[in-house]
Design a protein around this ligand. Structure first.
Ligand SMILES: NC(=O)c1ccc[n+]([C@@H]2O[C@H](COP(=O)([O-])OP(=O)(O)OC[C@H]3O[C@@H](n4cnc5c(N)ncnc54)[C@H](O)[C@@H]3O)[C@@H](O)[C@H]2O)c1
Length: 251
């Protein structure tokens, strides 16, 4: 424990699911964590939970798909803690499953806004804090994007756009010692439980296809890999994609 001692981390969409798991394990590893989520209730719950464990966290209710709110959120963290070392772009807006010929314009706008552009807003806002002393950026993408998935064109394209964006940022900011890497996770979260009800075949396909035969845990399976990418253990790694899905997709 203590791999992130004294580091300041922002996790977007940390009110539940994978973001929550990453925030908890970051806090346990000694980081001061900003829980940035648009859901006031879950944002407060996770922050209180971390406080009760004796660790440091701040709740920031914000829509990271709004550039003004994303910038204000980052500034609030910088003002409170004096630095920002780690950014996890995890928030994603989901759109209904539709075949390509049925996709609506609005679907693209929603997914790109909270997914791709939110990632850009937050990266841009943390850059002044990371430029002088380096930093770690982790962007959450998806195995769905890696392989393509029927009915999920908008989601897959958004996530692959985030991956392409991440590689470019890694190249541009490598000289500042800012590492940018991607995780493609699979974990039990409120979003996957929703999928279990609405799309049981897809839910079953994922777990049946996993060599390890189970869904991941947000904190212990995904969060531990995020700690690796956020710590000095991964200093020589940038622009990479780690698939953390129990051995479903094997590159
Ligand atoms: N769970 C999986 O198996 C899985 C698989 C592949 C990829 N992913 C990716 O991992 C990430 C997390 O997934 P999850 O399953 O935990 O999702 P989730 O829906 O359970 O949680 C997402 C969180 O993001 C917050 N959020 C949404 N829009 C926001 C906004 N505009 N501003 C601030 N917060 C916002 C929500 O309030 C929620 O707390 C997503 O990027 C998702 O695409 C997850």
């Amino acid at each position: 424990m203590g791999k992130l001692k004294g580091h300041v981390a922002i996790v977007t969409g940390a009110g539940q699911g994978i973001g929550r798991g990453i925030a908890l394990v970051f806090a346990k590893e000694g980081a001061k964590v900003a829980i940035a989520d648009r859901n006031a209730e879950t944002c407060a719950e996770v922050t209180e939970y971390i406080h009760n464990l004796g660790h440091e966290a701040i709740a920031i209710i914000c829509d990271v798909g709004d550039s003004t709110q994303a910038e204000a959120m980052v500034k609030e963290v910088g003002d409170k803690y004096g630095s920002i070392d780690i950014l996890v772009n995890n928030a994603q807006r989901y759109v209904p499953r539709r075949l390509v010929e049925e996709i609506e314009d609005e679907d693209w706008d929603k997914s790109i806004q909270v997914g791709l552009k939110s990632t850009w807003y937050c990266c841009k806002a943390v850059f002044p804090y990371m430029k002088e002393k380096g930093g770690k950026i982790i962007n959450m993408c998806s195995g769905s994007g890696l392989i393509g998935l029927e009915g999920r064109a908008v989601y897959c394209a958004t996530k692959e756009a985030v991956r392409a964006f991440s590689k470019t940022v890694a190249r541009e900011w490598g000289k500042y010692k800012i590492n940018v890497n991607v995780i493609c996770p699979a974990a039990i979260t409120p979003a996957t439980m929703f999928m279990k009800n609405t799309d049981p075949e897809e839910y079953a396909r994922i777990v049946e296809g996993a060599a390890l035969g189970r869904w991941g845990d947000p904190e212990n399976d995904i969060g531990r890999v995020a700690v690796f990418l956020a710590s000095s253990d991964s200093d020589y790694m940038t622009g990479q994609t780690l698939v953390v899905d129990g051995g479903n997709i094997m590159l």
